[in-house]
Design a protein around this ligand. Structure first.
Ligand code: BTN
Length: 260
């Protein structure tokens, strides 16, 4: 990969039958960027950016995301309608798409931690960050530890993270992995648009390995503990309290979900 941008137009995805009539992905590859999400912010829908390293990789809650050489740092620009259910469910759709792509490589025991941490089964393999820079576009940022060693750069990650290289052989190279992820993202977005939550919900709820004991940190320094039982068709989180009562939370009410 050179330090200048290298652009690849990917072939139609999904084998013989085109999945939709939307344009194909165009992938821009760089050796170093600040953050692929920031570079993608300037691009139209169905463009994607991959970088060898990021100097200012961003995680959720404004955290720094270690983005050393050998990991997959990829951001994809997708269309979203403001206020739509798809906008609300986008983080979950992106998590499902990454899990599908990883499973197709033979990764087992994957699970999602709401909204979109990807674990195998208890260490973090990948993280996603959705950014909105324009009214009708979203950037789906995907970070996957592949051959890199993030714990060498941040000792707090020791024992917490996992790499794809520890889970599958042979490993695809990073451009191939990027193509697989983009194809999977496109497929999940198209399928959800066509089939709605009947398609999405069971697939997602299976990936939480619900019910699982959790602590939800809410706005205003409040927290609840209970068993996470998955999401409902509008994306609300269902939690069974120890009293046996089920309560639902809007995604924006939940700052953080921790496994207990
Ligand atoms: C998290 O789990 O906190 C989310 C991490 C998201 C990291 C990816 S790497 C590609 C894209 N560019 C960024 O700066 N962040 C995301």
């Amino acid at each position: 990969m050179s330090s200048s941008s290298h652009t690849v137009v990917l072939p139609p995805i999904g084998g013989a039958a085109p999945i939709s009539d939307a344009p194909e992905w165009t992938l821009h590859e760089h050796s170093v960027v600040t953050s692929t999400n920031l570079v993608a912010a300037t691009l139209p829908a169905w463009h994607a950016v991959r970088a060898g390293t990021q100097t200012a990789g961003r995680g959720r809650f404004q955290r720094h995301w270690v983005s050393d050489e050998g990991g997959l740092w990829l951001s994809a620009v997708v269309p979203v309608r403001s206020g739509s259910i798809q906008e609300r469910l986008l983080p979950l759709m992106a998590g499902l798409a990454v899990c599908d792509a990883l499973r197709s490589l033979g990764v087992e025991h994957l699970r999602l931690r709401w909204p979109n941490d990807i674990l195998a089964p208890d260490k973090k393999l990948a993280g996603l960050l959705i950014d909105r820079f324009g009214a009708e576009l979203a950037v789906v940022g995907m970070g996957i530890n592949v051959l890199n060693c993030p714990e060498e750069f941040d000792p707090l990650l020791r024992g917490q993270v996992l790499r794809l290289a520890d889970l599958v052989t042979p490993l695809p190279d990073l451009p191939q992995l990027a193509r697989g992820l983009l194809a999977s993202l496109r497929l999940v977005l198209d399928q959800t648009r066509t089939l709605g939550s009947d398609y999405l919900l069971p697939r997602l709820n299976e990936l939480w390995h619900a019910p699982r004991p959790v602590r939800l940190e809410l706005d205003a320094d409040e927290a609840v503990t209970g068993a996470f039982e998955g999401i409902d068709p509008s994306g609300r989180l269902n939690v069974r309290l120890s009293s046996g009562r089920q309560v639902s939370f809007e995604p924006h009410q939940v700052r953080l979900l921790r496994d207990l």
